[in-house]
Design a protein around this ligand. Structure first.
Ligand SMILES: *[C@@H]1O[C@H](CO)[C@@H](O)[C@H](O)[C@H]1NC(C)=O
Ligand SMILES: *[C@@H]1O[C@H](CO)[C@@H](O)[C@H](O)[C@H]1NC(C)=O
Ligand SMILES: *[C@@H]1O[C@H](CO)[C@@H](O)[C@H](O)[C@H]1NC(C)=O
Ligand SMILES: *[C@@H]1O[C@H](CO)[C@@H](O)[C@H](O)[C@H]1NC(C)=O
Ligand SMILES: *[C@@H]1O[C@H](CO)[C@@H](O)[C@H](O)[C@H]1NC(C)=O
Ligand SMILES: *[C@@H]1O[C@H](CO)[C@@H](O)[C@H](O)[C@H]1NC(C)=O
Length: 283
């Protein structure tokens, strides 16, 4: 079973909420590096975005700008379009290991995801990139919305559980430091193989908030991920990944800090049907 755990603080504040998950086949790839897919959307309720022609025009311009500029700015870009009541703020970010070409396709694809088209406040997660836009500026603000994906029955070896968590906590502490606030790391757990970690912050937030954002994810989803052999947490402001195979691409992996130890092992993870679990009780 794959479970998806949501923590959207937003839910508390706004009545009209529309969360939609598309094809979710996460953790289902037996290949070394993963392929892209749409993971989920978060949006405000219907707030007349489609009724406002000027808003739509501005949104198209915004998306064009993000798609054109994101890939050539190390996979991160913010832009605005329009003015006054129709002003839109947009942000895009690609995963740090994704090539500019794949980044461009991912951003372009993210702009074509349907399901939130009547909303003004939208976050779209694909595996390789993120798209956010809103009629209110959110740049530089740490947003705690996040979802965790894991295979419920794929448990971590008991002697690796705490090593794995320590490993990810260390990554959470160091990943805010590199210029792109993106880092990968490899943990050698002897007979149990290797563990691969990756962490990335949205580049608009401060290093300090980046560190807090990672810690927040690890604490908040502790019970979900704690004993799992593979998991991914996607947030609006930061994301973390943990697997027992190298799921990220080789290129643009930082050459420092021991990040480039490669495992030849291939670990097949079976195809799975997603189950959605809304973790509202913890809000
Ligand atoms: C990374 O490079 C190593 C060594 O060339 C190779 O064995 C491995 O399959 C590559 N991994 C990915 C994800 O491309
Ligand atoms: C953003 O859009 C919502 C929904 O249409 C609207 O209620 C709100 O006033 C807008 N905010 C700004 C700053 O334009
Ligand atoms: C949406 O449009 C309708 C009709 O123009 C209006 O009554 C309503 O207040 C609008 N809702 C928002 C959230 O702007
Ligand atoms: C983009 O979407 C097309 C059409 O659905 C798909 O074939 C392609 O693999 C996608 N690419 C990425 C990087 O998401
Ligand atoms: C949009 O959603 C985010 C949560 O993702 C929330 O923090 C923010 O207040 C919402 N409203 C606007 C208009 O940005
Ligand atoms: C989850 O992981 C377990 C253990 O590796 C595996 O046997 C199972 O097939 C996976 N679940 C699904 C639904 O694929």
């Amino acid at each position: 079973m794959t479970s998806v755990f949501f923590l959207f603080p937003w839910i508390q504040r706004e009545m009209e909420i529309f969360i939609l998950l598309s094809t979710l086949l996460l953790l289902s790839r037996p290949s070394l590096a993963d392929t892209n897919e749409i993971l989920g959307l978060q949006c405000s309720g219907s707030d007349n975005a489609t009724l406002e022609n000027q808003y739509q025009i501005n949104l198209n311009n915004l998306q064009d700008s993000l798609a054109a500029n994101g890939p050539v700015h190390n996979g991160f870009y913010t832009a605005t379009a329009g003015k006054d009541a129709y002003m839109i703020f947009g942000l895009t970010q690609c995963r740090g290991d994704i090539s500019p070409t794949d980044c461009a396709t991912c951003i372009r694809n993210s702009t074509m995801v349907r399901g939130c088209s009547t909303s003004k406040n939208v976050t779209i997660w694909l595996k390789w990139c993120l798209l956010r836009y809103s009629n209110i500026s959110f740049f530089g603000v740490w947003d705690q919305s996040a979802m965790a994906l894991t295979n419920d029955t794929n448990f971590e070896d008991s002697n690796v559980v705490s090593k794995g968590l320590n490993f990810m906590n260390e990554l959470a502490a160091t990943a805010p430091e590199p210029p792109l606030m993106f880092q990968t790391a490899v943990l050698d757990v002897g007979p149990s193989g290797k563990r691969y970690g990756m962490a990335q912050c949205s580049r608009d937030i401060s290093r300090s908030d980046c560190g807090k954002c990672f810690s927040y994810l690890l604490v908040t989803f502790r019970t979900t991920i704690g004993n799992k052999r593979g998991w991914e947490i996607y947030g609006a402001s930061c994301s973390m990944w943990y697997h027992d195979y190298q799921f990220y691409f080789n290129f643009s992996i930082p050459v420092n800090e021991g990040a480039v130890q490669i495992s030849n092992e291939r670990v097949a993870i079976g195809l799975m049907i997603p189950v959605l679990v809304f973790l509202l009780s913890s809000l």
